[in-house]
Design a binder for this molecule. Structure first.
Ligand code: AP5
Length: 198
């Protein structure tokens, strides 16, 4: 795994993590693993565990890390033979998650933090919910406020822990403008990786 980049994608609910990841996948062909999507797949299976996860997610709280890390670990193991790099979207969401990932899987090469105003994040989620054919169970005003609070309570500790490999990007801008900064950061990591393996 040390020859391919591992990039953590952080930011509050609705800041545009998934949107930027889709553009990164298009340009670099990386494997995109969203912790939220992996959890929603589990919920869709309608198992007892899925129902428990749904209740936590609808409250806006964090799912226990053993569930999230186990889903991520399984997906990484399945993809790693052919992957060009991993985008770990929405993880870590608290300091302990980052430590567990690096101990059990591999160190992250880069942390991209999309910093965005709360009102903007809220508006983006509500606009997404209005436009969706099937609305996410957590895309309602009350859960959005709870998700924002969970994010605020946990994020500074993560940023302090990974200050040396974190790039904070202003996400209050148009998608393509944000992406220019993303590309610069990823190109830099790819160059470093190439140098290290030469
Ligand atoms: P998750 O699914 O990760 O949701 P989230 O973090 O709240 O983020 P979203 O998916 O809502 O938004 P996004 O940042 O990807 O924005 P998007 O690109 O879609 O997590 C859901 C829940 O799962 C959590 O609350 C928790 O319970 C649980 N969970 C997940 N990970 C966990 C973990 N690690 N540990 C424990 N529990 C975990 O954009 C939003 C909208 O804005 C879109 O319509 C988009 O088109 C638009 N948009 C994007 N960028 C821009 C822009 N620059 N300008 C204008 N519009 C934009």
């Amino acid at each position: 795994m040390s020859d391919i980049p591992i990039i953590w994608i952080l930011g509050g609910p609705g800041c545009g993590k998934g949107t930027q990841c889709a553009k990164i996948v298009e340009k670099y062909g990386f494997t995109h693993l969203s912790s939220g999507d992996l959890l929603r797949e589990e919920v869709a299976s309608d198992s007892d565990k899925g129902r428990q996860l749904q209740a936590i997610m609808t409250s806006g709280a964090l799912v226990p890390n053993e569930e999230v890390l186990s889903l991520l670990n399984g997906a990484i193991t399945r993809a790693k033979g052919s992957s060009k790099g991993f985008l770990i979207d929405g993880y870590p969401r608290e300091k302990g998650q980052g430590i567990a990932f690096e101990e059990q899987i591999a160190p992250a090469d880069l942390v991209l933090y999309f910093q965005c105003a709360e009102e903007t994040m809220k508006d983006r989620i509500l606009a997404r919910a209005n436009a969706a054919a099937v609305k996410r169970a957590d895309d309602n005003e009350a859960t959005i406020l709870a998700r924002l609070k969970t994010f605020k309570d946990n994020t500074n500790a993560i940023l302090e822990q990974y200050v040396e490999k974190t790039l904070t990007i202003n996400a209050n801008r148009p998608v393509d403008e944000i992406f220019l900064d993303v590309v610069q950061a990823i190109d830099c990591v790819l160059k470093k990786k190439q140098k290290a393996s030469a």
